[in-house]
Design a protein around this ligand. Structure first.
Ligand SMILES: Cc1cc2nc3c(=O)[nH]c(=O)nc-3n(C[C@H](O)[C@H](O)[C@H](O)COP(=O)(O)OP(=O)(O)OC[C@H]3O[C@@H](n4cnc5c(N)ncnc54)[C@H](O)[C@@H]3O)c2cc1C
Length: 586
């Protein structure tokens, strides 16, 4: 098997992976860096981000405000030392992007424009129209091309970490073009593999968001933290799940039920504000967990609009006018027309909540380090944790910049701390074992299980039992079904046995990742007998700080459901309080 050696190898070339690669190359030009991605970097999900990235820039704002919004928005499950670091580094990172060429939208006086975003008390979301992620990823990608020390391996699929002598020393990956397995040997590895929303059927997430990065670390013994916290975004197109960004509401859009009532005022997010003039942090700019939960209640009351794609609320942008919509929300208009045939300039757009983001992920400390020496993680696949029980919109793009860089600096410190000897025989043996597992998939006689069938069952189970509201009975059933699906997965055989771009093989491996992540979600959700942020239990409706002001940590076990442990949340200055979105906080 071909061996590719580097100092640091990164799995994932989205925002977090590219930011890490640039920081490595800038800090030490002599480092050899491998950047691996299962898709061409510009196809990573960061490209799909619309609304923008949060960072304090305006004179009426402060780091304190950003900190408080984030910690309160996260229902006090955020580690406050990590949030402090995030808000401090955020403006530097966003300015850095500006210097690298990111075309941020401007105010008429030429200064950087910011827009309001859900749960944020001040306007601090930098944006590039409603294509912020596209421009951020482009900026990072083109900057990365300046550094010859970054060697790219596009369309390589990482399958297993290699761990020897108590530290991570690389991984195996399939070169998709040839079907050949490669062994990447590195002194430090950074995982930046993105989210896992595809374990649900109705999601804003691109098809590649299958939790591979999380599963790689999990199977190597690193805990998955706070996996029960899955974010629903309130405004997805009802047929495709395509996101209509929160910036729609940031720019003044309103949400109506079938009776044309701005129903959020009935859920502690009032009072009603004049149309076109949103009050920050209230009504349509309430946090995502609360807005999605309000939808659920309205649906139970029969107040939502039945459509052939399910019950919907209406996102009304008409009062913004064509000029503003075209300037600030061109993609939203385009997508509403293309996918649903509704022009938001003329009609309200039917929308419904859709799975959007994983607050949980690979357990890392504030330095982006995992419990496995030599292994770091950043971006959506990691849980550092700055999002707590509910991420505020526009904190994620900032997070991947801040902690992508941090992971790189930590990896450099690690490799500079010594050069232990490498046992090539042990590493090769592990790579051979990984290869054997893949070969097994090719050689297995059809075990009677279909990939699509298992995937459909997993998605249905997640949607029915681990959605906006949960309860014991459903979660128990979900845990039992998922543990069964994991067993049945062992009988999956491939129908395509060729080597070149074998998508059947990739989908089989991706399904394995999703099943592991999904089980971590449901087992952690069953164990958390309280309601906090995005984890709402119908049978335990109160937040229970006495018992659960703690992160859950799910540990992988091959033949059993994960073991769940807990760790106290880091609290530095903000004691848990009441999340109040009922007044004008301007
Ligand atoms: C539609 C949409 C809109 C959003 N809008 C916003 C917004 O406005 N503001 C905001 O803050 N957040 C937003 N988010 C969230 C945010 O965009 C994501 O959380 C973030 O971009 C994730 O970045 P990442 O670098 O962690 O992962 P990604 O950008 O998802 O990149 C993951 C990388 O990992 C690679 N990879 C994965 N598995 C493997 C494997 N097995 N082998 C090799 N490579 C692998 C992929 O190829 C890819 O390069 C949005 C999300 C969505 C879905």
């Amino acid at each position: 098997m071909e061996i590719i050696r580097s100092d640091v190898a990164i799995i994932g070339a989205g925002g977090a992976g590219l930011r890490a690669a640039i920081a490595l190359a800038e800090t030490d030009p002599l480092l050899k860096i491998s950047l691996i991605s299962k898709v061409y970097p510009m196809r990573s999900h960061t490209c799909a981000a619309e609304g923008g990235a949060a960072g304090v820039i305006k004179p009426d704002d402060s780091l304190e405000h950003h900190f408080n919004d984030t910690v309160g928005g996260g229902d006090w499950l955020c580690d406050q030392d990590a949030v402090d670091y995030l808000v401090r580094e955020a403006p530097k990172e966003l300015l850095q992007l500006e210097h690298w060429g990111c075309p941020w939208s401007r105010e008429p006086d030429g200064s950087v424009a910011v827009r309001p975003f859900g749960g944020m008390q001040k306007q601090r979301t930098w944006f590039a129209a409603d294509k912020s992620g596209f421009h951020i990823l482009h900026t990072l990608f083109q900057t990365s091309l300046k550094f010859p020390s970054i060697e790219r391996y596009d369309e390589y699929y990482a399958t297993d970490l290699i761990v020897d002598d108590g530290r991570c020393q690389g991984f195996t990956a399939i070169e998709m073009r040839s079907g050949q397995m490669r062994r990447f040997e590195a002194r430090a590895v950074i995982i930046a593999g993105g989210g896992a929303g595809r374990m649900f059927p109705f999601t804003t997430n691109g098809a590649i968001k299958t939790g591979d990065g999380m599963a790689l670390a999990y199977r190597a013994g690193v805990a998955l933290k706070d996996m029960e916290f899955v974010q629903y975004h309130p405004t997805g197109l009802p047929n495709t799940g395509t996101l209509l960004t929160e910036a729609c509401r940031g720019e003044g859009g309103i949400l109506l039920n079938r009776n044309s009532r701005r129903f959020l005022q009935d859920y502690g997010m009032g009072p009603e504000t004049p149309v076109g003039k949103p009050q920050l942090k209230t009504m349509e700019l309430g946090p995502r967990d609360r807005v999605s939960q309000a939808f659920w209640h309205e649906q139970k009351k029969g107040n939502m609009l039945p459509t052939k794609y399910g019950d919907c609320m209406l996102l009304d942008l008409r009062h913004l006018g064509e000029k503003k919509i075209d300037e600030r929300l061109p993609l939203v208009r385009d997508m509403s027309i293309s996918y649903l045939g509704v022009d938001p300039v003329k009609d309200p757009v039917p929308v419904r909540p859709v799975v959007h983001y994983m607050m949980g992920g690979i357990d890392t400390d504030i330095d982006a380090a995992t419990s496995l020496p030599g292994l770091y993680a950043a971006g959506e696949c990691a849980c550092v944790s700055i999002n707590g029980a509910n991420r505020l919109g526009s904190n994620s793009l900032t997070e991947l910049l801040v902690f992508g860089r941090r992971a790189a600096l930590s990896a450099i410190e690690f490799i500079n701390s010594g050069k232990p000897s490498v046992n090539e025989v042990a590493l090769s043996a592990q790579a051979a074992a990984a290869q054997g597992r893949i070969r097994g998939l090719f050689e297995k006689a059809d075990g009677g299980e279909s990939l699509a069938g298992l995937r459909r069952e997993m998605m249905r189970t997640m949607e029915e039992n681990a959605g906006i509201y949960r309860e014991e009975e459903g979660l128990k059933a979900a845990c039992a079904i998922l543990s069964q699906l994991r067993r049945r997965y062992l009988d999956v055989g491939l129908t395509d046995r060729t080597n070149v771009y074998n998508t059947d093989l990739l989908q089989a491996l991706e399904l394995g990742s999703m099943l592991d992540c999904a089980e971590a979600v449901t087992v952690s959700a069953l164990a958390r007998t309280e309601s906090r942020g995005a984890h709402q239990r119908l049978d335990f409706v109160e937040r229970d700080d006495g018992k659960f002001l703690r992160h859950s940590l799910a540990y992988f076990r091959s033949h059993e459901p994960p073991r769940v442990d807990y760790r106290d949340v880091v609290i530095t200055k903000s004691q848990p309080g009441v999340r109040d979105y009922s007044g004008d906080h301007k």
